[in-house]
Ligand binder design. Structure first.
Ligand code: KG4
Length: 342
């Protein structure tokens, strides 16, 4: 079979990204981030859509140029259909439709969460790449989602557990905000925690059924601790910043790992992957590696560039769909909400 060239387009939140793959090999991956949201401590949907509109043409153009191909070489266009911010998704979806129609090539609609899981199958052409064997479990942790996904096939995944309120990334970001750290707070907490004592403060861990998560209680108890301590000492946060970050981070990771370990035991699966923005966290990566040694897990941790939103993961998911001739029609519309299977 001759090579397949797929253009992937991602615009679900605040990153405009385009990537070209030859089969599952990444030729380019170009992302424009939106710094405008830093001022507001979170993503402002209307501003995100406007920035996507400004970024989409240069980003796609650059991705095709860096791949060293002509747009007429493309076999199909994959785009993020959801979940995400509707206004943002509309920009990528409309652009993908327009370009596919102009080039007279098929369209592939991609679920953003499925793509995070399949990011493990992007090849960068390096000799030591390893990919999970199916079936495997994937802990999908990002700013908007915390899920345990059972991957039965490239196109058959079941969410066996998920957060009933806030996502893990949200817990990092919201707690960072109350400590006065910039948005997004996750990477700052990760950095500061390296100098702190993870046992300095204890927070209640949620007691939730099955493989589900909850982070809103942790967020509230963190807020109350700060409020009470600041009454006694207005400099409490400044004086204890590293310990607060280390203790919070270690609690979030404990909560994530307890349910993941339970799922791995109950489903008798030892192939375990992690994906999504929070998988960049160094302590979470360490917890995965510790488990590989202790429990014989085979762990799969993505390169940093594929942890956050990127179009290479959209293109690789599109590639698997292309092989199944799983194309979509021009009338497909974006969706905002998370689904339980994908
Ligand atoms: O997957 P992602 O890029 O997109 C969204 O879901 O929006 O995830 C972003 C999330 C943010 O909450 C950010 O704080 C978190 O990933 N994050 C981290 C780290 N790097 C990014 N959280 C903890 N430690 C990190 N090193």
């Amino acid at each position: 079979m001759s090579d397949i060239y797929i253009l992937g387009i991602e615009s679900s939140c605040d990153d405009t990204s385009a990537s070209v793959l030859r089969n599952n090999v990444m030729l380019s991956n170009v992302t424009a981030n939106q710094s405008v949201h830093e001022l507001y401590g979170g993503v402002v949907p209307e501003l995100a859509s406007r920035a996507h509109q400004q970024n989409i043409i240069p980003v796609v153009h650059e991705a095709i140029k860096r791949a060293g191909i002509d747009k007429s070489d493309l076999n199909a266009i994959a785009f993020t259909r959801g979940p995400g911010l509707l206004g943002s998704l509309l920009v990528g979806t409309s652009f993908a439709k327009g370009l596919a129609q102009a080039l007279n090539i098929p369209l592939l609609e991609v679920n953003h969460l499925q793509a995070h899981v399949l990011a493990h199958f992007i090849s960068e052409g390096k000799p030591d790449e390893k990919q999970p064997e199916i079936p495997f479990l994937c802990l999908l942790v990002s700013g908007g989602n915390s899920q345990i996904v059972l991957v039965k096939a490239f196109n058959q995944m079941e969410v066996i557990g998920q957060t009933i309120d806030d996502a893990a990334g949200e817990a990092f970001d919201k707690c960072a905000k109350v400590m006065g750290l910039p948005y997004p707070g996750g990477p700052h907490i990760d950095r500061l925690a390296k100098e702190g004592n993870p046992k300095a403060f204890t927070f209640n861990k949620p007691q939730i059924q099955d493989y589900n998560y909850s982070f809103s209680g942790l967020k509230t108890s963190f807020l109350y601790l700060l409020r009470d301590k600041e009454k006694e000492n207005p400099d409490f946060v400044k004086e204890n910043l590293n310990d607060l970050c280390a203790s919070l981070q270690s609690t979030i990771i404990d909560v994530l790992m307890i349910k993941l370990r339970k799922a791995a035991t109950d489903f008798n699966i030892n192939q375990v992957a992690v994906a999504g923005g929070v998988s960049a966290n160094s302590a979470l990566r360490q917890a995965f590696n510790d488990h590989a040694t202790k429990s014989g897990w085979k762990v799969y941790i993505p390169p940093f560039s594929f942890t956050t939103d990127n179009a290479a993961m959209i293109a690789v998911t599109g590639y698997f769909k292309f092989l199944n001739t799983d194309f979509c029609s021009m009338s497909e519309v974006p969706f905002a909400r998370v689904t339980n299977t994908f």
